[in-house]
Design a protein around this ligand. Sequence first.
Ligand code: GTP
Length: 598
Amino acid sequence: MDELLTRNFCIIAHVDHGKTTLSDRLLEYTNTISKRVLTAQHLDSMDLEKERGITIKSHPVTMMYRAKDGREYKLNLMDTPGHVDFSYEVSRSLAACEGAVLLIDAAQGVEAQTVANAHLAFSQQLKVIPVINKIDLPSANLELCTKQLEDILTIPAEEAILASGKSGIGIEDILEAVVARVPPPRWREYAQTRILVFDSLYDAYRGCIAYVRVFSGSIKANDMMLLMSTNQKAEVKEVGTFTPKMEKCAVLHAGDVGYVVSSIKDPSEVKTGDTITIASKPAQEMLPGYKEVRPMVFCGLYPLESDDYEKLKAGLGRLQLNDAAFVYSSESSLALGFGFRCGFLGLLHMEIIQERIRREHDVEIISTYPSVIYKIVKQGGEVLEVDNPVNFPDPGTIIETLEPTITASIILPNDSMGDILALIMEKRGVCEHTDTLDMNRVMLRCVLPLNEILVDFNDRLKSITHGYGSMDYELGAYKADDLVKMDIMINGDPVDAFSCIVHRSKAEAKGRQLCEKLAEIIPPQMFKVAIQAAIGGKVIARDNVKEMRKDVTSKCYGGDISRKRKLLDKQKEGKKKMKMIGKVNIPPDAFIKVLKSG
Ligand code: GTP
């Protein structure tokens, strides 16, 4: 087929602006999938995705479309994840395209991820087609949306297409715009084969399947391919396209989107963003934009029942096969037993993995407090990267502590401004720039420590703005600040699961809160037990567990010694199940209760 009749495009939008619904309509209109087979939201294959309404993995699909000019076009559509945690995946999906359909919910208008995604598309030199979606809604405000397009995104209002994925309005207009406005495949003239890996999937039988966009040259079964980031060679077993199910074909040409199955079994060797070339005639330069993705957020995951350890291990292993951005290694904790240290791209990524472990692998788990990667400069100039408080060095040896920051763009209604600025300050952030978007909304650009947005920032933003605020962020530089490791000690012994790295100004409040909670949850003990929060051995907060001698034999009047012994034995057995921290007996679920209460 003439490669000039191919169009590669993606749909980008803020979460919930209707990407999946619109993609389904396009598939239906082009008869790629008949209406009967098309269950609602066909492209979201994972159950969890359906339930949460979040697209996690990008699913490409090839459609054939006879345009009004009488010619038949091959349209390759990428469905991209909308959430910030997956922005690298979004950027690679965009790199595989020449155009982007930018959806804007007619009732919500431009939101933070609309702006972020549009800028990503502009930076990849994609042709952006603005679509104002959900115009069937009574609350649709077309005038506001077109004005925002011009003011915020500098896209001329007359380029906008009005549509509704739900009622099927504007579908043909969108397809015609894709054909007319999106340019044919770029970089075809490059002398050697260059193929972008924009995603991958693990299949138990076939090994690792790379999702690819061929830029120049071609690839077919039996070729010897070369992965350029690692210089690794592998034999191509099969190539094919997405219809949307995988369908084998003889060869993938320049401009095509499809998949490559090779002799590589280990999914970590096929990296998103890598360039595949042909080993016998290799390309000289990789396609631009390759980046090693690194997990940014870490926490410990432990099985609630220690018998589930192996099950958890197997589950994590299986999840990692389809998600190279997720990493784990074993660790053990005095309080929680054996478990795993896990690394994620961000908070949402962490939540999704935890949920999938619970659901798909049927293991109840508890996670420790999330942490970021701190850099610690020691005397002599050595720089440690610490993602686990356990590895925080002795304060006496530290010269400087640095933490990662983010630059956040927050869009919010004017009347929430005061409360949001207070929240940013509380989270040690600095607001650098304020832009008025329209009569009712402003956009703030601020720098915040990544650690501070991990726990409840987004929830509080949503609650302060009654759901109207939205945020997007990109990682920024490391900044020096006064960071310390805080230990929680029970009767003088530190409890590892509660150690955390905090800003000195926040240590006391956090320490007090944890001590109070533990004192409340740990049952009365035979002797007085102190619970203390300490920095480098110096106590900054304390509380006490109540003291009580529980005489289990007191109910036994008279001298029945055998009954007394039985009761004492029973109490002993009960004690065995408890955790021993120093001399203190603690029910195993006490730590879990504290961790769960946030
Ligand atoms: P993410 O994958 O989470 O980014 O969502 P999405 O952008 O794929 O949105 P999705 O298609 O899942 O739609 C989100 C919600 O909006 C669903 O409840 C849809 O039923 C609804 N919706 C989508 N398109 C339309 C539309 O044209 N009109 C109306 N009224 N509702 C729509």
